[in-house]
Design a protein around this ligand. Structure first.
Ligand SMILES: [Zn+2]
Length: 332
């Protein structure tokens, strides 16, 4: 198995984590009203220009999409998937612009992960295209329609509307926070979960509801307390902000079952991290979240959990120490 193929397999699992992890935290703080905020939504992306080139892979076309004063990103597609890929380009451009606004990031400074629209069940195309960078796949059928699957990254709609927003938050993290800094995993995954799901809820409410319901189911199976300060990087290559642009590779001897068990065990940590972000957002508002994220971008060097908590307190006024230290199932 090549490194790229391993990345693809893990990426699929990461999508599963994104699907499984989650939060039912609003019950405990429902009495707290959010502050009035400027809307997080960006203006619709205009002037999207598509520039077609050869991809270097047989049967695959590459399109560079550049929006005027907006995001620039690459799409790949096989012949059958061309129409869906091209009609999805404005949707992706708007999603990316919204992610950037919500994270207080200049949209033009972000290097988004390329997206492949293709029938590629073995991940060979994604692996070949992604030898130098991570490529996310929207699974397609031979008839040019998105692939269908009960739920998860093998479903074309889920991949586009739930997986990709989460993963593109990781792309933003690489671009804005640096690739050689160590940030707490609860921040990296919590921001991707919280921000990605906000985008999913905006563009595909039904898919977002299903994803959150699945994550709630999984959370119900978790027991014991979760110490987010001890949560270390494991299986999400795109999230690896702290260790350079080349993600570490899990041992290929790790079986799918082991990986799945690992994923289920980790799901509660994703849920707790998401819950932390939801609570800060609810109590401090979207503008405060943007101040927090801008402060992370402006800070140099590593940030451990204590330093990040101090930064959260300074920028949002919210104390997250209890969320980090002892996030029990009952509190979720
Ligand atoms: Zn992630």
């Amino acid at each position: 198995m090549s490194n790229s193929l391993a990345l693809f397999a893990k990426a699929t699992r990461c999508g599963r984590f994104a699907m499984l992890a989650g939060s039912i935290a609003w019950a405990s703080t429902a009495c707290q009203m959010p502050r009035a905020d400027t809307p997080a939504r960006a203006t619709p992306v205009e002037g999207l220009h598509l520039d077609r080139t050869a991809s270097g892979q047989a049967g695959v076309t590459r399109v560079r999409a550049v929006a005027k004063a907006g995001p620039a990103f690459d799409l790949y597609f096989d012949a059958a998937s061309e129409r869906h890929a091209l009609t999805s380009a404005p949707r992706l451009a708007s999603m990316y612009a919204d992610i950037a606004v919500a994270a207080a990031a200049p949209v033009a400074n972000i290097r988004w992960h390329p997206v492949l629209f293709a029938r590629d069940p073995e991940g060979r195309l994604a692996a070949a295209l992604g030898s130098k960078e991570i490529v996310w796949t929207v699974p397609m059928q031979a008839d040019g329609r998105p692939a269908t699957s009960p739920i998860g990254p093998l479903d074309g709609h889920f991949a586009l509307d739930v997986l990709i927003p989460h993963e593109q938050v990781h792309a933003l993290q690489h671009s804005m926070y640096g690739s050689h800094r160590e940030l707490p995993r609860w921040f990296v995954e919590g921001q991707a979960e919280w921000l990605g799901m906000r985008i999913s809820e905006r563009y595909a409410p039904a898919a977002a509801r299903r994803a959150r319901a699945n994550r709630a189911d999984n959370l119900a199976q978790a027991d014991g307390s979760i110490d987010l300060r001890r949560w270390r990087m494991r299986a999400d290559p795109a999230a690896n902000v702290g260790r350079g642009t080349q993600a570490p590779i899990l041992s290929v001897s790790e079986s799918e079952q082991e990986a799945e068990a690992q994923g289920l065990a980790e799901a509660a940590s994703y849920a707790a991290a998401d819950a932390l972000f939801q609570r800060v957002s609810r109590e401090a508002g979207d503008d405060a979240m943007r101040r927090w994220f801008a402060a992370v971008a402006a800070t140099r060097g590593d940030l451990d959990s204590a330093a990040m908590a101090a930064l959260v307190k300074r920028e949002t006024g919210v104390d997250i120490d209890a969320d980090l230290a002892n996030r029990s199932k009952t509190r979720l």
